[in-house]
Design a protein around this ligand. Sequence first.
Ligand code: ZN
Length: 277
Amino acid sequence: MKQGTLKNELVLCGVGIHTGTEGRITVCPAPPNSGRVFEVNGTLIPARADFVVDTQRCTTLGNDGERVSTVEHLLSALFVCGVDNARIVVEGSEIPILDGSALPFLEAVRLAGVGEQCAEVVEFVLESELTFTDRDCVMRATPSEDYVLEVTTTFPNWEEGRAQRTFRFTDQVVDEYQAQIALARTFAFDYEVRWLLEQGLAKGGSLENALVITPPAQFSTPLRIEAEWCRHKILDLIGDLALLNCRPQMRVSAVCPGHRNNVSLAQRLLKQIDPDD
Ligand code: ZN
């Protein structure tokens, strides 16, 4: 399979959910084997797990004093569309949240078009099981012929939130992703929102870009798809594992995943891919 990049540049603008400030990104085609790379104030920040500097509520990459946060939804859409190489020029310090899902990114990438490049994709075949736990979270990667992600959500104070969904990378992965995963929005519980604001986070959060859940069954806006919160966890997991900078062959079963453990899994796997790092 060949590497891919965009056929045309794409530009997206909007508020960042955490900083609350307007930002703008220009995603440009990039040469084979260059990977997905952010450019912030002239500094290059590779979209790789070893450049993660923060995982509180979103994934933040940094290099040489520059940072870019909330990279996961954009990276999720780029990865699924087969955009292995891209230069992402960021004005501001956060990727726009748009509607809280990956759908606007996916639509923009499909509109810009994706073209094959001459180089072969870098594949990573997991050879032995890797498991770790962190409080309620269990992350397990096992060898598999395909790339498969299974997410289970459970919440201590929301029994109805228990769900399990599986996403498999098939030949129709982009259409499947559009129908099942990309539309699922960022969510928060009502009691979390106050805490987030006190921490100086979610300054750009609104009912236009997040689903607020009041247990047991009240939603700020109607769900776009059943088990939307569980599907959003798959969206995030795809984006965070895109930080491996290759196409994996493995099955990941994640119970109660979050950015910290998604990135931790990516960092552990990256050590297997590139033991010198
Ligand atoms: Zn997310």
